[in-house]
Design a protein around this ligand. Structure first.
Ligand code: ADP
Ligand code: LRH
Length: 544
């Protein structure tokens, strides 16, 4: 059995983990590093080179692994110029450059039309709005953060599907780039690289001949491609592998990729251009980390990897992936594209194997992180213990108010929101923390109840995964607010999902049920039963 390296970048911290599948499933933290916004000349950026350096350091410390998987927060990207160089520093989704862009777009294209195409919630910072606020003159390719890092590690360009589904520019039905929408918005279609599907067992394990070159196109494109008839039509659009459509791509005659296109096991709905992609590390990278290896396409949207590792043994489950954001929802076989779903802010993001992550963003532990930062980062443990003793339901706010989105003095904004809704602001730190956690639990309640109502999916249990699963008070409040049992853990669900998809690609484990059963059997989980509370009154109170 093999060891896999998972690079997992959250908005608050990044880590390189090693996952082993012998005797079950274990995860070892190799290297953890801080992450967060950096403001330069008024713009909020990510420190992408710093993150890359930490990744290389972690990979060196991990030593050789069978492969590497990369996931990160969604939506944000880097732009690559014609020489393959990064243009500028990727901008943080909390930056103000997108203010008003969504509204401008929705004055041109109705939200109903947009939702019908992408199935995506209308977060003000979706990739589509960021691109429209960006300078694109010199840009050849847009790479989402994990795709950018994969490019630096391997030299190969692609767009992993689960993360591409958070751009607002992926067609939710065909799971391919929504070129008519891209054109209508005036965005250059060359920006969007071929799509990659996370590890497909039917493709992986097949030893494709080394030299399956197709005319002037890149050899590795042919090796890693699962072409479909539908895709042939689509490749009349610029493909970006070669920068333009090639005769080989469109004629099919010499399309060697077609030979490996059949046994994908997908339903035909998916038209990935690079099913089961792996990329060999560049020699320079191998030298730097001390070993040669490969990157495997995993569910590169961190939330998608987290959902892979939800330890569900009952199919009637909901999940809350709780870290900087809380992503609360259910897993479905098909998208929900109704008006009610759109108005409730629900999204249909892609999971692995054709699943739909039907969920809503709740503001998450960002509220706590930014409060702690404002207070000079006091120790969390004692503060949570004091919050557990603080008066229940003293003050509650709607965690999803847009005023909470940008960085800045969070307690002041919470206090202002309490006053706006006719409540007294908390008087001390434990009171604020209690308010944040009850407000977040209320956010979980509203999102889970909506997910159930809008999808018709039955829910017997909520799985709460991510860093928030270590917060026992939040887990108990969530069980109380939702009136459902909560199973908390694993804390590192995202890294586990990343490892599991690599393991499946290597033929070491089967599909979602098998992966989840393994997580349930091997990871530390805590169970919380609902203990009541007047959450309906709290829900009414936040309206003001
Ligand atoms: P992200 O991936 O968005 O960076 P994580 O899943 O790593 O987020 O979760 C980070 C959050 O987990 C922190 O903001 C903190 O609130 C919570 N957390 C981490 N460790 C603990 C702990 N020991 N007790 C309670 N909460 C914790
Ligand atoms: C969580 C997450 C979430 C996105 C947000 C930008 O880390 O990926 O799913 O909405 O970051």
């Amino acid at each position: 059995m093999s060891r896999f390296a998972a690079v997992d970048l959250g908005a608050s911290s990044g880590r390189v983990m090693a996952g082993d599948l012998d005797n079950g499933l274990s995860l070892t933290e190799i290297h953890r590093f801080a992450n967060g916004p950096v403001r330069v000349h008024g713009t909020l950026h990510w420190d992408i080179l710093g993150l890359y350096r930490e990744i290389l350091y972690g990979l060196r410390a991990a030593g050789p692994t069978a492969s590497i998987g990369i996931d990160s927060w969604a939506i944000d990207y880097g732009l690559i110029d014609a020489r393959g160089a990064l243009i500028g520093n990727p901008v943080h989704y909390r930056d103000a450059r997108t203010n008003g862009v969504r509204e401008r777009v929705l004055a041109e294209i109705t939200s109903a039309d947009m939702y019908d195409i992408s199935g995506l919630q209308f977060l003000p910072f979706n990739t589509v709005y960021q691109l429209l606020a960006d300078q694109l003159e010199d840009a050849e390719t847009m790479l989402l953060i994990p795709d950018l890092l994969s490019y630096w590690l391997t030299g190969e360009i692609g767009a992993e599907l689960t993360n591409a589904s958070t751009t607002g520019l992926l067609d939710v039905r065909t799971q391919s780039w929504a070129y008519p929408l891209i054109d209508r918005l005036g965005l250059p279609s060359k920006l969007f690289p071929p799509l990659r599907l996370p590890g497909n067992p039917a493709e992986f394990g097949r030893d494709l001949p080394e030299q399956t070159g197709i005319g002037g196109a890149r050899t590795d494109a042919a090796k890693q491609t699962s072409w479909t008839g539908k895709l042939w039509a689509e490749t009349e659009q610029p493909t970006n592998w070669t920068g333009r459509p090639t005769a080989e791509h469109t004629s099919g005659a010499e399309m060697r990729g077609a030979e490996v296109g059949q046994p994908t096991g997908w339903t035909g709905r998916l038209t990935a251009e690079q099913t089961g992609w792996t990329g060999r590390l560049r020699a320079e990278v191998a030298e730097e980390i001390g070993w040669m290896g490969k990157v495997t396409a995993v569910a590169s949207h961190d939330t998608a990897s987290a959902v892979v590792a939800v330890p569900a043994t009952d199919p009637d489950f909901a999940y809350i992936s709780c870290g900087t954001w809380s992503l609360a929802g259910v897993e479905l076989p098909a998208p929900v594209l109704t008006d009610e779903s759109r108005e409730a802010g629900f999204t249909n993001e892609a999971g692995i194997d054709g699943t739909v992550r039907y969920l809503r963003n709740v503001m998450g532990l960002w509220l706590l992180q930014e409060s702690l930062r404002t207070w000079g980062n006091p120790e969390l443990g004692p503060l949570l213990a004091a919050a557990a003793q603080a008066r229940p339901f003293a003050a509650i706010v709607n965690p999803d108010m847009p005023i909470f989105l940008p960085p800045g003095d969070m307690p002041a904004r919470i206090a202002a929101e309490c006053r706006r809704t006719g409540q007294e602001a908390p008087g001390d730190l434990p009171g604020f923390v209690r308010c944040v956690l009850e407000s977040l639990a209320l956010g979980h309640r509203m999102a889970i109840r909506q997910a159930i109502a809008l999808s018709g999916h039955r829910v017997n249990v909520i799985h709460l995964v991510g860093g928030g699963s270590r917060n026992t008070l939040l887990c108990q409040l969530t069980a109380n607010a939702c009136g459902l049992p909560v199973v908390a853990g694993p804390t590192e669900a995202t890294a586990l999902g990343n490892v599991l998809v690599q393991a499946r690609a290597a033929g070491e484990i089967g599909g979602l049920p098998e992966m989840r059963a393994l997580v349930a059997a091997t990871q530390d989980l805590k169970h919380y039963q609902p203990q009541g509370g007047d959450w309906a009154e709290a829900e009414a109170r936040i309206q003001g």
